[in-house]
Design a protein around this ligand. Sequence first.
Ligand SMILES: Cc1cc2nc3c(=O)[nH]c(=O)nc-3n(C[C@H](O)[C@H](O)[C@H](O)COP(=O)(O)OP(=O)(O)OC[C@H]3O[C@@H](n4cnc5c(N)ncnc54)[C@H](O)[C@@H]3O)c2cc1C
Length: 210
Amino acid sequence: DHLDINIAGSKINWRWMDNFLLMPQVTRVLPSNFAMQRHELFYSRWQFPTSPAKNLFGDRYVTVGDAAGIIRAFKGKGVNTACTTGIRAAEVMMDVGISKEAFKDYYDSFSDITSDLPYGKIIRMLAGFSARCGLFTPMLQLAKEDKKFRAAFFDSVAGSRMFKEIIFETISLQLSWKVVKILIMWFFKQFSFMSWVIKPISKAITNKRT
Ligand SMILES: Cc1cc2nc3c(=O)[nH]c(=O)nc-3n(C[C@H](O)[C@H](O)[C@H](O)COP(=O)(O)OP(=O)(O)OC[C@H]3O[C@@H](n4cnc5c(N)ncnc54)[C@H](O)[C@@H]3O)c2cc1C
């Protein structure tokens, strides 16, 4: 029997894993004595791939899936990509060959994904910033009110469209102003001790909104 246990986060180390394994909710679902035997476990630390691997193909070799790092930057879709890169690599081997030149076709056939990486990274950065700064709730509220913004949220999480398309079809002056207002309110909240200045300004902004 084999168990793979993953935890994810930006500052994860073996202590986090130890604490995780000792949580009552976790020990309950693991085989008895599992936590006690944890010094025999193999711990390893990996990073999720975020860009194409270096030298991912060459003469007589090609990499696929996570190893190739051909992923969607925000919604990984790792299983889909593992399958499509595997299928595409096999097709190239059968139809074109196994030389470095032949595998250029393989890499080029994922240009839609690789050229979309910077846009996915922008969305990932914005989502990370919103989560860290407590901006998710007002953004979700805005998504409830704004149909386009709601669709952008859905498409980003589902990874159903290219991130470049999502960004350029959603961005507008009107929406940008709504986001700026949320940011201004957030900024003022950070300096709540200056409420005598903030209150009249935030009142003006909120009044304009309604
Ligand atoms: C916690 C977590 C949640 C995820 N959720 C999703 C999700 O919801 N949807 C989604 O699409 N993707 C998800 N992914 C990503 C997805 O699992 C991967 O992108 C996908 O499994 C990659 O497939 P792969 O074949 O490239 O690599 P893997 O599935 O990692 O397969 C590589 C295999 O090679 C074996 N191996 C390694 N080294 C050697 C060696 N030296 N000799 C022999 N064998 C070796 C490994 O044991 C492994 O079995 C998730 C990943 C994680 C970690």
